[in-house]
Design a protein around this ligand. Sequence first.
Ligand SMILES: *Cc1c(COP(=O)(O)O)cnc(C)c1O
Length: 384
Amino acid sequence: MSGPFKRLETQVVHAGDPRPRIDGAVEIPIFQSATYEYRGEARYDDVRYLRLNNTPTQLALQAKIAALEGAQSALVTASGMAAITTTLLTVLTAGDHLLAQSCLYGGTHDFVTREFAGLGLSADFIDADRPETWRAQLKPNTRAVYVEAMTNPLLEVADLSAVVEFARAHRLLTIIDNTFASPVNYRPIAAGFDLSIHSATKYLNGHSDIVAGVVSGSQALIERIRHKANYLGGSLDPHAAFLVNRGLKTLVLRVRYQNESTLRLAQFLESHPAVNAVHYAGLASHPRHERARRLFAGFGGVLSFELQGGAERADEFASRVQIPAVAPSLGGVHTLLTRPATTSHSGLAPEDRRRLGISDGLLRLSVGVEATEDLLEDFAQALR
Ligand SMILES: *Cc1c(COP(=O)(O)O)cnc(C)c1O
């Protein structure tokens, strides 16, 4: 359903909605029904049943996200991790090898490092910034490359164009976790990736009130992933699907505002004498600023920074700010602050964290949609 819905701002509101409207309702209703009357469906995957990801509220959301991603098809799942694990378990089978970016989201990293061997799968981690090193890590059984749009918590930007070129040359499938960028800032399918995954818990839903995930790509690939998902069972409840659909309507407004607000906060922090370092690709000082400018329409709503004085100062700062909640997760309307050494990366040994550049005093900020001036004033008082 592209037709008149050409641009992202229009698609987030209209794409995927049933036409004609159901009983004239301008909003897609929540179809809270587990099962539907049999209409002669021939294949199991076509039987209309909630777990099989083919009921009206799920289908409307899938069609909307496919439009936003510029993909033929999309599958929504019960969480971002359900999308990630189901996708990997579909495209890889026993004996296959994966090349993955070295600084992955914690859950993905643990799945690859702890579960792969038992499934007969293997993986190697690549330095996504150094394409000249990848060829040496290629094996005859390498099937796919898995990367993230921006890494957590240091906001590194891999050479994503080189990833696509390398994969084409070696006939590998490309998978990207596009959560941090959102379709507003990066459209991986147009850039040549085969599959784009989101934790819809973050920007797509945007309100920190549900968990959900999505994977988008070609009709043929998504059909295979859907078939696997129908066994594994991580399907999205209609009420949660309705909420993601509702959250998406303001995605463009939220993310563009968050892009602007985060850049101003990054500039403020960078110029403050109590701050040692700021990691944000929108800053001219970021080592991959030029690359990020080429790839992305905006630099996103997450930054990280280090205060002088390490962990103790960081905790003191976190206890003084009044607007941000001190909580993990990101991408919502509320500004959230965390110290990765105690949350997302607490499972790593201190020396491993240091090797990755994640100091004990590093703070990660997910900027919400509050007034930028209020956040700036709050940060200034907390730093005094
Ligand atoms: C949160 C997150 C996930 C996991 O998503 P859930 O919805 O919590 O399962 C995966 N990747 C990234 C980059 C994330 O931020």
